[in-house]
Design a protein. Structure first.
Length: 142
């Protein structure tokens, strides 16, 4: 485990928790009742800021229960929170159903994964190495 500093910036905020010992992701909570119309998205505020250690990122993903039970998914998943960001954590939730959904305060709305980051060094070249697949894409492998 790596330490993650949390700052509650709203008194209604919940500290994220892992639901079980084997959970890869921890839960984020909604801090206020929020209406999400059909086929629309809303920014859901969590009331917290986090300090992610350098060399890591926070990935924000949908919760399977929210998706299957209410048709609510994270719009830009996985959302990325970089290690140098210190602002409030907001999660864009998309209601993919055809009915209005109310997210009540205290509802687990998304999950977070702390993941190592590997950065690439870009080297400009005139040619790339050839492979069997080469430039075939968009269904070219069957």
């Amino acid at each position: 485990m790596i330490p993650i500093k949390i700052k509650k910036i709203d008194p209604r905020a919940y500290t994220p928790v892992y639901s079980t010992e084997g959970s890869a992701g921890f839960d984020f909570y909604c801090i206020m009742d929020t209406l999400v119309p059909a086929d629309t998205w809303r920014m859901i505020m969590t009331g917290i800021s986090l300090e992610i250690p350098e060399g890591y990122e926070l990935q924000i993903r949908s919760r399977s229960g929210a998706a299957i039970d209410h048709g609510l998914i994270v719009l830009n998943q996985p959302g990325t929170v970089d290690s140098d960001y210190r602002g409030p954590i907001g999660i864009v939730i998309w209601n993919i159903t055809n009915v209005l959904v109310t997210i009540e305060a205290g509802t687990r709305i998304a999950q977070g994964i702390i993941s190592p980051v590997v950065r690439g060094e870009f080297i400009e070249v005139q040619e790339l190495s050839k492979t069997e697949r080469d430039q075939g894409g968009f269904g070219s492998t069957g």
